[in-house]
Every structure is written in structure tokens, then in C-alpha cells.
Design a protein around this ligand. Structure first.
Ligand SMILES: [Zn+2]
Length: 184
């Protein structure tokens, strides 16, 4: 799944905040978007879906952080909890997409995301066939739409940017490997 879908899933998890703690909702939503994107920064350094992806260990931070948020609700505790929760959900959900190869629709890679506690890769399930697939963008749209209206203008602008970036990526996704090979 592409980064905007992970951001959208994170944002969806922050929707209850808009009802339960409206004054903290924007902080939670922005942190959830950031935490949803964060693991994929290992595209640029380290091993993708391994260096910053922790399907197991993010929960060790996320669950105590969520408990702390209930006990001490503040913008800081909400932001930390939602960042970690979103990064945890991102890491797990990468196992439901494709492998790490440049052309994931060819299904040549058995490596979806690295499970550090077991020192092995989880295999891809292909519920979303590849990152940037039409169904992937549909998930971005469904998850990100509440962000346009529920959390105020800042989150609204970020949500709109995610919708545009995700849409553009979906349009060019299958041409990217060729382009990359020509450039390098
Ligand atoms: Zn990822």
C-alpha cells in the first residue's frame, strides 16, 4: 500500500477523537498522518519495509502511549500515541499488500514486511494487489475523506494534498520502474 493509504488509515483511527476530544483531534490527526507515512522513509535509507517497519515492536510503544493518553489527555500524549499507533498499523498492513520488488504486480518477491522479533520476512497476501493499484487509491479516498471536514483547516489541507499525491502516484505507478531504469 502506498504511503497516502497508510496515512489515511491512521487518520481514520483519529476520527473518534473528533467526537471525544475535539480540542485534541487536529493534533491526533496530524500525528496519525505523519506516523502513517514515517515507516516508508526507509525507501530512502536502509532496507525498505525493514529498517523503519516494525509490525511487532511499534505496539510496545503504541499501547502504553494510548493508555497514557487516557490518563493524561494532552496534545503531546495524543500526538505520540497516534504517531506510534499509525506506524504500527502501517507495518502490519504491509503484509496485506505485495512484496518489495520494483514491479510488485509480477509477484516475484516473497518479502512483504520484516518481522524483527522473529528475524524473518512476512509473505505478501495481495489483498491490495500492489501499491498504487486502483483499490489502493480507493482506500486513500475512503480513509482520507473525513480529514477534509472533521479536523479543521490545517488537517483539511494536508488531507487534500494526500488525495492529490495518491491520485497522481496511482496514475503513473506502472510506468515508474521503466522511468527509474532509464534515469539510473
Ligand atoms: Zn510500508
Amino acid at each position: 500500500m502506498m504511503a497516502t493509504t497508510h496515512a489515511a488509515v491512521g487518520l481514520l483511527l483519529a476520527v473518534p477523537l473528533a467526537v471525544l476530544a475535539p480540542d485534541l483531534a487536529a493534533a491526533g490527526a496530524l500525528a496519525a498522518i505523519a506516523g502513517g507515512v514515517f515507516p516508508d522513509l526507509d525507501l530512502f535509507a536502509g532496507v525498505h519495509r525493514r529498517t523503519l517497519h516494525f509490525p511487532d515492536y511499534y505496539w510496545l510503544g503504541a499501547l502504553p502511549a494510548l493508555a497514557a493518553t487516557v490518563l493524561f489527555p494532552s496534545a503531546l500524549t495524543v500526538a505520540v500515541a497516534y504517531f506510534l499507533l499509525s506506524a504500527a498499523v502501517h507495518s502490519v498492513s504491509d503484509a496485506f499488500g505485495a512484496g518489495t520488488e520494483p514491479r510488485p504486480w509480477e509477484r516475484t518477491s516473497a518479502e512483504a514486511v520484516y518481522l524483527h522479533s522473529r528475524s524473518r520476512w512476512l509473505r505478501p497476501r495481495y489483498w491490495v494487489r500492489y501499491d498504487g493499484a486502483p483499490e489502493d487509491y480507493l482506500l486513500t479516498v475512503l480513509g482520507m475523506s473525513p480529514g477534509l471536514i472533521l479536523f479543521g483547516p490545517t488537517v483539511g489541507r494536508v488531507a487534500l494534498a494526500c488525495l492529490l499525491v495518491g491520485g497522481a502516484y496511482t496514475l503513473v505507478r506502472k510506468r515508474l520502474p521503466d522511468l527509474e531504469e532509464r534515469l539510473l
